[in-house]
Design a protein around this ligand. Structure first.
Ligand code: M6R
Length: 357
């Protein structure tokens, strides 16, 4: 039930801090350590390469998940769009493990890949929000998101839950492989949940940003580098699907190779700057688009901010920024859709789960 909320989407955005706390609680053992089913950890350790298969928002979560797994557990990861994988299968490694990420567990494109790789005799892990869903039943292992039902077509809390579970999977695998993890993930996810509370409490700011940048625009670009680029892809998808504004996410450095031709006077460009290592270069990209008339909206992280930034998110661990930098983008999309009188929870042409290939 959406209770006093005008839309499920807004309720689900607000639930994110509680979902992250619930996930940490659920995946902790009696000693207080993060813990994953032994069979899954063994499958992760037996694999020489991990193939993440997903669609839409879950694919965007996979792109971030690759960073978690490669950086912490040092296992190579490929991320594939499920509808492409079937007829465009890459040369597989000797001992692949497949991870299917799906909020609903019912996405037909992903299921088709699962059927195919099971026929080839490979192992599969499904990360889903729905116990007993098709992808969960047909895989060897399941990790649940514990996000509660997600009703709005635009996925929000499932994305952050997927990231939290992927981070835990990466950390537990890393530790089991004797890799040094130089931070306490439980503590860092607690900091993330608190930062999410701050962002969910700043709705008026995001409504104002949506009004200022998106009220009448035809299009909008999201730029970032590294994991900020992946969050930008998710921000663009959110904006497209509920406000019908044409939106695209781009890697900051790729702009000058073509896309910058689309920048006109007043084109909104949302730039994410949460990564210290690329802070200067993304700001350089902002200058490039601003010089061509764009209306930049920089969202940075505390510690990296400058006077030109439109919003500064609280500081969290550098690897975990996608869990919070996505919230401004979700809320900006929500308000942009509201201002344009779109049906936020049930956008045109879309179904909550896509059960046809
Ligand atoms: O249930 P799934 O995670 O497999 O769904 C995948 C996509 O259809 C889904 O994420 C879609 O892109 C959302 N509407 C995005 O908000």
């Amino acid at each position: 039930e959406k209770g006093t909320y005008p839309h499920y989407m807004l309720k689900e955005i607000d639930e994110q801090p509680a979902v992250v706390r619930k996930i940490v609680q659920t995946y902790r053992n009696e000693q207080g350590d993060l813990n994953i089913d032994e069979g899954i950890v063994k499958a992760m350790n037996d694999a020489d390469r991990i193939y993440i298969i997903a669609a839409g928002t879950s694919y965007h979560a996979g792109l971030v998940g690759k960073q978690f797994i490669e950086k912490l557990a040092k296992v190579p990861v490929e991320v594939h769009i499920s509808s492409e994988f079937g007829y465009n299968m890459p040369l597989l490694s000797e001992k692949p493990l497949f991870i299917f990420i799906s909020q609903s567990g019912e996405t037909a494109d992903s299921r088709a890949v699962l059927v195919e790789i099971k026929e080839l005799g490979y192992k599969a892990l499904t990360i889903t929000n729905v116990p007993g869903s098709t992808l969960s039943r047909e895989a060897d292992y399941t990790l649940l998101l514990h996000a509660g039902p997600e009703i709005a077509v635009a996925s929000t809390k499932a994305y952050t839950a997927q990231l939290a579970v992927l981070a835990i999977l990466a950390e537990v695998t890393a530790k089991s492989r004797g890799m040094n993890v130089d931070f306490d993930l439980t503590q860092e996810l607690g900091i993330v949940a608190n930062a999410m509370d701050v962002l969910c409490g700043a709705k008026e700011e995001f409504e104002e940003i949506a009004r200022e940048y998106l009220a009448t625009t035809r299009n909008c670009f999201f730029i970032g580098r590294g994991i900020d680029f992946y969050v930008g892809l998710e921000g663009a998808l959110k904006l497209k699907e509920i406000s019908y504004i044409q939106a695209e996410g781009f890697a900051g450095g790729e702009l000058k190779h073509g896309t910058i031709a689309l920048i006109e006077n007043g084109t909104p460009v949302v730039a994410l700057a949460t990564q210290e290592s690329v802070n200067l270069s993304i700001r350089g990209n902002v200058k490039e688009v601003a010089a061509r008339g764009a209306n930049p909206c920089i969202i940075s992280m505390k510690g990296l901010e400058t006077d030109e930034d439109r919003f500064v998110i609280p500081e969290v661990h550098g690897l975990l920024t996608p869990l919070i930098s996505v919230i401004p983008l979700q809320l900006i999309s929500y308000y942009a859709a509201l201002h344009r009188e779109c049906d936020v929870d049930k956008p045109r042409n879309l179904a909550k789960s896509v059960t046809v290939e």
